[in-house]
Design a binder for this molecule. Sequence first.
Ligand SMILES: [Zn+2]
Length: 200
Amino acid sequence: MEEKSECPTCGRNTLESSLTSLNIPYFSEIYLVKFHCPLCGYRISDFLNTRYGVPIRCTYEVKNEKELTARVIRAATGTIKIPELGTTIEPGPASQAFITNIEGVIIKILDIAETASKWVESEEEKKNCETAIEKIKKAKSGEIPFTLIIEDPFGNSMIIAKDQSKVSIKELTEEELQNLRTGGLMVFTPCNTDKNVEKE
Ligand SMILES: [Zn+2]
């Protein structure tokens, strides 16, 4: 499928797109969409899930190491939340879609927490970071159970587990949708454990 549309960078009508099925069993409706402008070199890719097309929340509980292999398809508009780790990954202006497994998501979070820990100044923040990092490491090795949630206003993101009946997929309410960020700042908060509220 090839059609040309307006390029967000150079404004000309030269943006090409292509659609490829990811070939995931039982999820033949998930595609990789690539956009490319041959004139200015702009390039971006995203996922398209034609099964839903409505705001959804996918929830998956990870109880052991085996469940870390579930696949995470995060479209550019998807927000990933892991409440037990106090972490939210929100879409940003240059937000990249990615496909990985749950372990891969945890590795990303660990990476960010470790970088953040080098920049904090106070002893208290440092301690918070260390505690957060310990917890993330335990999650990565399946030692502590946690919940991975993806919310997507366009229904393009998905969690795919060996046993798909364990993935809960629900439509978002109007109110939940309004609280969902679809662009703006990318926010990672692995070091802000539940204590950040009382700090004002
Ligand atoms: Zn262009």
